[in-house]
Write a protein that binds this ligand. Structure first.
Ligand code: 21W
Length: 228
């Protein structure tokens, strides 16, 4: 699996690409990530990547030419790669989208900055716009990292054997049950007795109840339509 990330701030990705599960996968070559600085694809003296919006209004819009030049360069090596555009107006990114993307060989992610990118990019490349939630960030880079992280851990071999069974929560559609580790008591706070009981069917029942309670409290939307 290979990601091509187009951004004005490639340095933002160094942590994600060098640390933790994702960093290890990149080091091992299981996950490929190439970064492209869109500014390197400008041809004018001032290396201009943005301009004022037609029709007026606040802020700047990312220019079409450097982005097209960059995508066309990447497409030489990855001609059939899907193009994702990180955008607050995009489709909400979810686990299903991540699973679909994990089946792709190569994916291009374009990170917008300023007030967004020239609309013609979407049309030219049939770019799929995605958002990571209903809040306003300053650009698409953190959203691109979320995609690399989420899709990356679905690639066989990225998670170690001790990490890999961790799929229950979202695939079952419920939030996670509470977890504890040693010590059994900390500042008078005891770990629930059932978890120390060794009774695995009681433990499974308790965890299911806690998952349902938590989901009802925090994300009742996830429960709607679960019966029937
Ligand atoms: C924030 C870009 C606000 C554009 C008329 C038309 C990528 C993001 C982003 C940003 C605007 C994501 C406008 C959740 C996010 C991102 C930067 C508004 C003004 N006026 N997911 N458009 N939240 N954000 N554009 O912010 O690039 S995925």
């Amino acid at each position: 699996m290979k990601f091509h990330i187009l951004t004005l701030f490639p340095e933002m990705f160094s942590g994600v690409l060098s640390l933790g599960v994702t960093g290890r996968a990149v080091e091992n070559g299981i996950l490929g990530v190439s970064l492209y600085n869109i500014r390197d694809y400008t041809t004018d003296r001032h290396r201009t990547v943005d301009d004022t919006p037609y029709g007026g209004g606040a802020g700047m819009v990312m220019k079409v030419e450097p982005i097209v030049a960059c995508i066309e360069e990447v497409r030489k090596c990855a001609p059939s790669a899907k193009i994702l555009l990180a955008s607050p107006g995009g489709r909400p990114f979810d686990q299903k989208m991540a699973e679909d993307l994990a089946a792709e060989g190569e994916v291009i992610i374009l990170c917008g900055r300023y007030e967004g990118v020239d609309e013609r990019i979407k049309e030219l490349f049939a770019a799929i716009e995605f958002s990571i939630g209903d809040y306003v960030m300053t650009g698409g880079e953190i959203a691109a990292m979320a995609v690399v992280d989420t899709v990356g851990r679905l690639i066989p071999g990225v998670l170690g054997s001790s990490e890999s069974a961790t799929e229950e929560s979202f695939s079952e559609g419920l939030l996670e049950y509470p977890q504890y580790t040693r010590p059994a008591e900390f500042r008078g706070m005891k770990v629930p007795d059932v978890l120390l009981s060794g009774n695995h069917s009681d433990i499974a029942k308790w965890r299911r109840v806690k998952s349902l309670e938590k989901t009802g409290d925090v994300r009742p939307d996830l429960l709607i339509g679960m019966n029937r």
